[in-house]
Design a protein around this ligand. Sequence first.
Ligand code: NAD
Length: 354
Amino acid sequence: MQSFVYNGLPARVVFGSGTRTQLKSEIERANCKRALVLSTPEQKSSVEELAASLGGLAAGVFAEATMHTPVDVTERAMQKVKELQADCTVAVGGGSTTGLGKAIALRTDLTQFVIPTTYAGSEMTPIIGETQGGAKTTQRTMKVLPEVVIYDVDLTMTLPAKLSATSGMNAIAHAVEALYALDRNPVMSLMAEEAIRALGRALPAIVADPEDRKARSDALYGAWLCGICLGSVGMALHHKLCHVLGGSFDLPHAETHTVVLPHAFAYNAAAAPEAAERIARALGGNNAALSLFALSGTLGAPRSLKELGMPEDGIEKAADIAVKNPYWNPRPIERNAIRDLIARAWAGAEPQPG
Ligand code: NAD
């Protein structure tokens, strides 16, 4: 007999092709009148076009979003919010831009519209990580959960194949950990398996042909489900390790997730047999960890922490930090086995139970 608690998060989701044209009516529907449109410097020109299409509803554009949501950037954005008397934000981009919208919402409670252009999934979560003075603080608060999310497949067509692959593996990691979360539930497990299946078939097709619209649609659909997983249940070893590695060695976010995932799952596989079965079934293989490893190989994605720039003598340090604060994981955290896991991920070796 199973027992569980299911807590659904409120969000309005519009999904499809060309859906960005519905932004104006969505803003009106929410009774907002002055939108501050957010982006990274790289996506500024396309976002300016979108802002222009809003006519009088666009109060301005702030195009300084960057990785890890630094507080000094948020403070400059807050100046803009005040100057322009914005009453909502529109974040168009990946997790970095969504993060800036969340940081503004944390301080103002302004309504957030998000148009995601990667597969990171932040738009579906009440989680925000901010950095100041080199330290990252993460918190969970409903204040930062975006109210309206518009998924427009068209905007993901420009996401380069390499970034699509790692961003998609980053998304799969949310679904994988949802399957063995302490607070997992049957609805989330259905979503997680479906998400892995959708991304597992879409990502190789995107790498083969980045203009494959059907695959792009599948991948964005899978990424949406993965985002719900991340927002709804607790994460464990994999996310903890990526946080430690990213923070300690300044490694790129999505690539680090891509490298670590098969190894983190191999560590947990025996303690999470139902998750292993679902992942293997979704990826059409017999062994979940090896199927995840094979997927990153098919995608031509990075497979070693070494190639991401982590020094070999960082392995011991990372193991020490990773076991310092206790957290829940289906298998107890054992320092030597964690060290070996990190060493294998560093070298790009095949995942093993450890
Ligand atoms: P990103 O937002 O940093 O984007 C990477 C680069 O790709 C940027 O230069 C961006 O402008 C560009 N880009 C994005 N979409 C594009 C497109 N369609 N075409 C061309 N270029 C495009 O990367 P990300 O992986 O989406 O986000 C990573 C950040 O998000 C990290 O800081 C991570 O911590 C955070 N994150 C937070 C949560 C959460 O729930 N709080 C969840 C996942 C990720």
